[in-house]
Design a protein around this ligand. Structure first.
Ligand SMILES: [Ca+2]
Length: 417
């Protein structure tokens, strides 16, 4: 094996000292993926010296850990403004009005609030049936149109005044022998039905759960977010909600995030020009809508990622990020992967460099933050372990990682200070 000098030669001694521990753990592949140590994020600072020392200690303790440096931050602004004024303020001082990817984000947003009030977020509606878009309820799962999934004649929005914005599958045996298979049909979301939950943690490979209780689509969504349930096969069920819905709401920065957290007691979509979204902090942060001219406090977000649309080799990209910003981006969990892939979509090259390289010395993939890889998202067959390899994310498709020769030139993503 080629043992040429690593760029971070000062780290060699450090890694050689924990080398034996690393090799033991390399054999425990599942450990590297699943062993996030649950610890308070605020108990560690994110400077390199602290992180190196923490890594060293935790490896000796047999733990694989990341100390999270958030890739975005929320800021609560107490001053009361209309939604448009608030957006202008956020764009001037931060990145944009706050967007929310999932429940974890929602908790962070609430934690950044300074009082229990109603505040603007970056979600607004462009009313009109033609402006609706389909979304999967599961954060990060993108909907792509495939006519063959729909039952013949669906989606037909048959409800007249009551739009059909939620989707069921109809069991293949329900109208036997005129079977249409497990195909989709749109229904009014107020209809009640049994439903299927998807368990993203995939414990025991029980990924899909059939829930026999009948609920409206929104009640079903709440249930799935709160419960872990047992897996049952799809038998004798005539119709089932799935996590597909459409609405005319969108995020002010153009993101396609599908997360919705409506307070169904107060939210009534499309009523009285209430086309801007608020979070009701006194009601667990649930969302409602209000007239955009009302004056309210608001949340901005500050993106710590910046996509550099210049083509550079991996080393050049690393130097650029360290000189002009903070570092080349690292990814330690699925949330960060999704945040980075949102940025990668706007690249002008088929790949963007990540801060991940293969170290010949340690015979490991190492992040530029000196971490080993705990969370990984390699494309099948996309990883070649060789001395001149670094990792890049594909900017289309599933945004998986592939190894690329370091002298290739791609766009890249830096983390700001
Ligand atoms: Ca229909």
């Amino acid at each position: 094996m080629n043992t040429r000098e690593e760029p971070d030669s000062n780290l060699q001694a450090h890694f050689m000292s924990v080398y034996r521990v690393l090799r033991v753990h390399q054999t425990l592949k599942s450990c590297w993926i699943h062993c996030f140590l649950q610890m308070k994020e605020k108990s560690f600072s994110c400077d390199r010296a602290t992180m190196q020392w923490s890594l060293f200690l935790l490896l000796l303790m047999g733990q694989c850990v990341f100390i999270t440096c958030h890739l975005y931050e929320y800021h609560f602004i107490k001053e009361q403004m209309s939604w448009d004024e608030a957006r202008a303020y956020c764009r001037e001082n931060y990145t944009d009005l706050a967007k929310v990817f999932d429940l974890t984000d929602m908790r962070r947003l609430q934690d950044s609030a300074q009082n229990q009030t109603e505040a603007w977020i970056g979600l607004y509606s462009e009313p009109g049936r033609d402006n609706r878009r389909w979304h999967w309820s599961l954060p990060g799962e993108e909907y792509t149109e495939n006519k063959t999934c729909w039952k013949d004649g669906e989606p037909n929005d048959y409800g007249g005044t009551n739009p059909e914005n939620c989707v069921m599958i109809e069991d293949k045996w329900a109208d036997y022998p005129r079977s249409t298979g497990d195909k989709w049909a749109d229904y009014p979301c107020t209809h009640t039905s049994q439903f299927i939950c998807y368990d993203e943690t995939m414990k025991d490979n029980k990924t899909f759960h059939l829930i026999m209780e009948k609920k409206t689509w929104t009640q079903a969504q709440n249930y799935c977010r709160q419960h872990h349930t047992e897996f049952k096969k799809l038998l004798n069920s005539k119709e089932l909600w799935i996590g597909l819905f459409r609405d005319s709401w969108r995020w002010s920065d153009g993101s396609n995030f599908s997360f919705r957290y409506w307070d169904m007691d107060s939210f009534n979509d499309g009523v009285n020009n209430r086309t801007c979204a608020t979070t009701l902090l006194e009601r667990s942060g649930r969302w409602s809508s209000a007239g955009c001219d009302q004056r309210k406090p608001f949340f901005c977000y500050d993106d710590k990622l910046i996509l550099i649309r210049e083509n550079k080799t991996w080393e050049e990209a690393l130097n650029y990020c360290r000189q002009k910003h903070h570092d080349l981006v690292s990814i330690s969990n699925p949330e960060e992967q999704r945040w980075v892939q949102e940025r990668a979509k706007n690249a002008s090259t088929p790949f963007v460099w990540l801060g991940l390289r293969y170290s010949c010395t340690a015979r490991l993939w190492l992040w530029v933050t000196d971490y080993v890889v705990c969370y990984e998202r390699w494309a099948s067959g996309g990883r070649t372990e060789d001395c001149d390899m670094s990792a890049a994310m594909t900017t289309g498709g599933q945004h998986e990682w592939v190894s690329q020769r370091k002298n290739e030139t791609f766009n890249f993503i830096c983390v700001k200070h």
